[in-house]
Design a protein around this ligand. Structure first.
Ligand SMILES: [Zn+2]
Length: 278
């Protein structure tokens, strides 16, 4: 089985070690919780590195991100945490707003990128090639599994379901990494001065905190961030400065906040290795 790819170009742009108990400004802001899950596929258990899964609490009132391994096999396998969805979403958004998009901070993050070099682009190119081959291989494996299930050579029991779910999460991760790296290589942060960065940051902060923008928030957060590692006490957020620069550059040129490069793998599309009736 393939390992989830490590996105080599990622920089820990926040060095965030936030206590979840922190009172972020958003705590007092209008409701930011969306109908869509903000961090699926991004949130990982800091202990065992498996993707976190959404679970509903006993009362049914709250939803939680929970370590997928622990959800599958219990506390003896991983003691990784379970965090209220609302709380983790707020924490992550808070970090984006207070650190990454804070005045002056974007300058710091992006200016080193202005000196790009060809070697770096070539390295990324090779990485993309490797990931594409991983993705193809994974699709072949998934297709073969579904074929065997449809002809009843394989029985779709709980353990096979869990295995396929895990593979599909990895497949999605690979697809996202490819899109992200291709975007990084395509854009270069031209003409990004302090003024345009500050305009971008102001506009993005407004949209991210506005009511009725849950879809925008979800899409944009998923462009900005590549991974969130979650522990009971702290979260660590990774994102790419190059992607950040690309988004700022796009806004600078078009005047619109559109993360157009986001083409996530979803259920229901042709390229998707689930059976048609699932
Ligand atoms: Zn875990």
């Amino acid at each position: 089985m393939l390992e989830t790819p490590r996105i080599i170009d990622d920089v820990d742009f926040n060095a965030a070690r936030d206590r979840l108990e922190n009172n972020h400004p958003l705590t007092t802001s209008p409701r930011v919780v969306n109908s869509e899950i903000l961090l699926t596929g991004l949130a990982h258990c800091a202990k065992c590195h498996s993707p976190m899964r959404i679970q509903t609490g006993k009362s049914g009132a709250y939803r939680y991100y929970k370590c997928g391994k622990r959800a599958d096999a219990g506390n003896s396998v991983c003691t990784g945490c379970s965090v209220r969805m609302e709380r983790l979403d707020k924490t992550v958004l808070g970090v984006i707003l207070d650190r990454t998009l804070a005045p002056g901070r974007l300058d710091e993050l992006i200016s080193p990128l202005l000196e790009r070099n060809l070697d770096r682009e070539r390295t990324v190119q090779n990485r993309i090639k490797g990931l594409k081959s991983d993705k193809r291989e994974m699709k072949t494996q998934l297709d073969a599994l579904w074929r065997q299930i449809s002809t009843e050579d394989l029985r779709l029991d709980a353990s096979l379901k869990a295995y396929i779910e895990k593979m599909q999460t990895k497949y999605e991760g690979i697809a996202r990494a490819i899109t992200r790296l291709e975007f990084q290589n395509k854009v270069s942060p031209r003409n990004l001065d302090s003024k345009s960065l500050s305009n971008f940051s102001k506009e993005l902060r407004n949209r991210l905190t506005a009511e009725g923008q849950s879809q925008f928030r979800r899409t944009y957060v998923r462009s900005l961030i590549s991974r969130v590692d979650v522990d009971q006490e702290k979260v660590q957020i990774c994102g790419s400065n190059a992607v950040l620069a690309g988004l700022a550059s796009g806004y600078n040129q078009s005047g619109r906040l559109v993360p157009t490069f986001v083409q996530e793998w979803r259920t229901g599309e042709d390229s998707n290795p689930r059976p048609p009736d699932s």
